[in-house]
Design a protein around this ligand. Structure first.
Ligand code: FMN
Length: 382
């Protein structure tokens, strides 16, 4: 299936071709959960680069459980006109700008939250309280409200984040979900909150608005979500109204492997995608480790959409260049050593400024977070 053919999603929306910028937390919100000028310019640039879909990572449903103080927060308290301006700026060239609906759960940014997760944790560097049934039941409604506002603001779709160790991924993981009622135990129970979120979101946005899900093929953690259980989730998603299943893997738990910190050659999760393919008629997207057009085309034999993250930072016009058959190979930096999270920090800073050293990127990233944290606490405490 060629890369540059349109794709009609189950909801009827047509993607102009098969290349998406997978969700990335850009940390460029202004600290009050609203878009900044730098962020608008970033999505304008990616739209001009020829993407079919560009997904803004970690857009929070509430201010309470953000991944970073530079996340966007979209709910009834938001100034929708500022989101409308971002949606307009990022969709001038036929690409669609989608919002990834996020709740960081146990991984919520500690300086701005009191983290909660499916089960209480008290580990070194990772503590959270157990969610009440009321907390769990509120989640699908919050997803639905944010998705509805995204639609009203003119965004092209939403992606429910169920990967990488954040809230829904914690629910899917037997390592982090020790609940003994209907939200824990069997994989059918552990995916219950995800399925409820999809149902509520679809009811809010109607039949024609794209809803995607990002799912781990496995957590790559002993005792975490296994491939067999992830395949059960794929089967269940097939019976829902989702439009696109984005396959990823790994988690951001301290000491675990994350796809964005991986230096290996990809596509990372193609073997899993091959197993998932016969289990669902939903379009599949594959994200992780895709750097060259040849890799993208090979993956297209199995999936319908290619997700690129780091390559789009290094070469923001990659889709246009691949379409023009100039086929550049993005020059991926090699880091002699990288502390945990260092590569992700380096790429985050490289979104808006010329690349700098790993040490400087980590320092600048931390400093920017500290500044945003002050604004966040001041704003949301009101
Ligand atoms: C700076 C950065 C931020 C990221 N933030 C998110 C995020 O908010 N949500 C998400 O699902 N994935 C996030 N990712 C992971 C990417 O979407 C992707 O799964 C991963 O980087 C592997 O793809 P790649 O090899 O094309 O970079 C992030 C990656 C990077 C580099």
């Amino acid at each position: 299936m060629p890369l540059f053919t349109p794709l009609t999603l189950p909801c009827g929306t047509i993607l102009k071709h098969r290349i998406a910028k997978s969700a990335m937390s850009d940390s460029l919100g202004d600290g009050t959960g609203h878009p900044s000028e730098a962020q608008t310019a970033l999505y304008q640039g990616w739209d001009a680069g020829g993407l079919a879909v560009s997904i803004i990572g970690e857009v929070q449903l509430t201010a309470g459980f953000a991944e970073k103080p530079g996340n966007l927060v979209l709910n009834a308290a938001s100034d929708l006109s500022r989101f409308r301006a971002l949606a307009k700026a990022g969709q001038q060239n036929g690409s669609q700008l989608w919002l990834q609906l996020g709740h960081a759960g146990a991984l919520s940014y500690a300086p701005t939250s009191n983290p909660i997760g499916p089960s209480a944790l008290n580990l070194d560097g990772l503590t959270c309280a157990e969610m009440t049934i009321k907390d769990i039941q509120a989640f699908p409604t919050q997803c639905a409200q944010t998705a509805k506002l995204a639609q009203e603001a003119g965004f092209g779709g939403v992606q429910i984040h169920a990967a990488h160790g954040f809230l829904l991924s914690q629910f899917l993981s037997p390592l982090f979900n020790k609940r003994t009622e209907v939200y824990g135990g069997s994989i059918a129970n552990r995916m219950r909150i995800l399925l409820a979120a999809i149902t509520a979101t679809r009811a809010a946005v109607g039949p024609s608005f794209p809803i995607a899900v990002k799912l781990n093929s496995s957590d790559q953690l002993e005792g975490g979500l296994s491939e067999d259980d992830a395949l059960e989730v794929i089967k269940a998603l097939d019976t829902t109204s989702v439009d696109l299943i984005d396959i990823s893997g790994g988690t951001y738990f301290p000491g675990a492997k994350s796809a964005s910190d991986s230096a290996g050659s990809g596509p990372y999760f193609l073997t899993f995608a091959r197993k998932a393919r016969p289990l669902t008629s939903k379009p599949l997207m594959l994200t992780g480790g895709i750097k060259t057009r040849a890799q993208a085309e090979a993956a297209m034999e199995v999936v319908d959409v290619i997700g690129l993250a780091r390559a789009m930072i290094l070469e923001p016009t990659l889709p246009n260049q691949w379409q023009a058959k100039t086929n550049p190979e993005p020059k991926f930096p090699r880091f002699a050593t990288a502390p945990e999270g260092g590569i992700t920090a380096w790429y985050t800073m490289a979104m808006t400024a010329p690349p700098i050293s790993m040490e400087a990127a980590i320092e600048n990233y931390a400093q920017r977070d500290a500044e945003r944290t002050k604004i966040w606490i001041n704003h949301f405490a009101k």
